[in-house]
Unconditional design. Structure first.
Length: 145
């Protein structure tokens, strides 16, 4: 009888620990309400957009030099008397992850400061982000931004 009580006690502790672990995993794995904004813009507009985002309180961003083309399909240039077709136009891609409630404001700032009104101004892409983790502190989701 004593052994059955010990077994039940151990079983209860294990059950409580399993339940606790399930709760912790649920908290860790639950998705955040965040968006990733990718803006492909003209390179000379980068500083203006970057400063506007910094002044707006955006804490971080990633900048990547990219090449591509859209509707303008590239152009021709003359270099040392020879004509060259430039298929891929140099652009800059800005990547920013924000809370859902910041999305519209940040997109408006990017448009306001990247727009020239000419062909090739760029595009903005918006993605759902399920989870963000700061590696150093293991902060999760909004705390990791």
């Amino acid at each position: 009888m004593f052994i059955s009580h010990v077994f039940l006690g151990v079983y209860a502790v294990i059950t409580i620990l399993e339940h606790f672990m399930l709760i912790m995993w649920h908290l860790v794995l639950q998705g955040g309400s965040m968006k990733k904004i990718e803006a492909v813009i003209k390179p000379f507009k980068l500083d203006e957009v970057k400063e506007a985002l910094i002044e707006s309180g955006i804490g971080g961003m990633t900048i990547v030099e990219v090449k591509g083309y859209g509707r303008q399909k590239g152009h021709t240039e003359i270099y040392r008397g020879a004509e060259y077709v430039v298929d891929f136009i140099p652009k800059v891609k800005i990547e920013v992850v924000v809370k859902d409630d910041q999305l519209d404001f940040v997109v408006e700032k990017i448009i306001e400061h990247a727009k020239t009104g000419k062909i090739g101004d760029g595009k903005i892409f918006i993605y759902n982000i399920d989870k963000a983790i700061r590696i150093r502190t293991l902060d999760i989701n909004d705390d990791a931004l």
